[in-house]
Design a protein around this ligand. Structure first.
Ligand SMILES: *Cc1c(COP(=O)(O)O)cnc(C)c1O
Length: 404
């Protein structure tokens, strides 16, 4: 292979960044070497519009096998009857739901973005907010968890075509059965977007919405640790419509190399190793939450049941944006995040989101994780800008941990 030196330089630098920093971005992970290499396979060369056995291109005999392999492994992993593995991303998986099962202008009921929802659930800067009539439900102000009674009231009043659950910044278990009852009572479809928790759901460490929600969408690259992409699990009655919603409605040719890598990731996720990994994600998350609380930080809703938590920084007089920047300067990577009822605007915020999927892939032990937890508290609380001592402590811990 002829090396592109400019490109090599970018990759070398990114390699060092990923190796030396402590990554706590809740939506990120380190894919395995197998997932990364198969993503780069020659299947990228193939056009395959359509579905296995029903393509609009010749020469699809091998990619048909690839797509069926991904579907079959995905079905085994999530214990479902129908899966679409073609969405290019989580947002595309969601877009196909709205475009195939709703009419533009129909009502969607979703959690507000600043309470933990996702852009593609109806934010006004997103296609979903531009094309549909969006109504929101909110977290309970006292408990900071989903208020199912309030949700029921809003659903009765709004009479939405679809109710969306599943979030980007929610640290508690979602009761899909309660959502289903409310959706049923108000004649709405139920969509569960498990982009964040898919790996935990696959390992039965979070209840599964499969067989409960009408449509389940997900990414494949967050806790599931696969290639960057999306999937959808649909009930049999809606599957033909949904498949047409992906192709030909919103996508052209599927990314066959990524679909092959999804098959690889699903097989990895079926292993005992992955189950142990997912169990450790949660125990690491709970350990960090405890360290933060003992260090005087406030965790939104008082704790975590999953792979992430939100820290409310108001009592230590630093905002989310400053915290993100300060932590980044010592090699600790988190993102600023609105907290429920945040008084500050979304580009500043009062909180940060901290997640453990990536650092758990690095096989960090409890002692090192506790040390980094303490360094996070120190960094946030120290007024000085000179934090080079903390930075070297972080990179010393991270450098000894293997990368996949
Ligand atoms: C990450 C996320 C998505 C979208 O994923 P992309 O692949 O970035 O489009 C959708 N829904 C939720 C809840 C997410 O957290």
């Amino acid at each position: 292979m002829k090396k592109d030196l400019e490109v090599e330089e970018i990759i070398d630098k990114e390699n060092i960044r990923q190796r030396d920093s402590a990554i706590f971005i809740a939506s990120e992970n380190y894919a395995s070497e197998a997932v990364r290499n198969y993503t780069g396979s020659i299947l990228t060369n193939k056009y395959a519009e359509g579905y296995p056995g029903k393509r609009y291109y010749a020469g699809c005999e091998n990619v048909d096998i690839a797509e069926n392999l991904a579907i079959n492994r995905g079905k085994e992993l999530f214990e479902c009857d129908h899966m679409n593995v073609q969405p290019h991303s989580g947002s595309q998986a969601n877009m196909a739901v709205y475009m195939s099962l709703l009419q533009t202008g129909d009502k969607i009921l979703s959690l507000s973005l600043d309470h933990g929802g996702h852009l593609s659930h109806g934010h006004n800067v997103n296609f979903s907010g531009k094309l549909f009539d969006i109504h929101n439900y909110y977290l309970n102000q006292d408990t900071e968890i989903i208020d199912y009674e309030q949700l029921k009231d809003v659903a009765r009043k709004v009479q939405p075509k679809i109710i969306i659950c599943g979030y980007s910044a929610y640290s508690r278990t979602i009761d899909f059965q309660k959502f289903k009852q409310i959706a049923k009572e108000t004649n709405a479809l139920l969509m569960a977007d498990i982009a964040h928790i898919a790996g935990l759901v696959a390992c039965k460490l979070h209840p599964s919405p499969v067989g409960v929600a009408d449509i389940v969408t997900s990414t494949t690259h967050k806790t599931l640790r696969g290639p960057r992409g999306g999937i959808a699990i649909i009930s049999k009655e809606l599957s033909r419509k949904y498949d047409r919603g992906i192709f030909p409605m919103i996508q052209g040719g599927p990314i066959m190399n990524t679909i092959l890598a999804k098959a690889v990731a699903f097989k990895e996720a079926l292993s005992n190793d992955f189950k142990n990994y997912s169990t450790n994600i949660i125990s690491n998350s709970k350990l960090l939450a405890k360290i933060f609380q003992e260090g005087g930080l406030r965790i939104v809703s008082g704790g975590t049941d999953n792979h992430l938590m939100l820290l409310d920084l108001r009592n230590i007089k630093i905002n989310g944006s400053e915290a993100e920047e300060k932590l980044n300067s010592v090699g600790i990577i988190v993102n600023k995040n609105a907290i429920p009822f945040d008084p500050l605007p979304p580009n500043i915020t009062s909180g940060i989101r901290v997640g453990t999927p990536a650092i758990t892939t690095r096989r960090i032990n409890e002692e090192d994780l506790s040390t980094i937890g303490d360094l996070i508290i120190q960094t946030l609380k120290t007024p000085t800008k000179n934090l080079s001592d903390i930075k070297s402590k972080v990179s010393r811990i991270m450098q000894k941990l293997p990368l996949p």
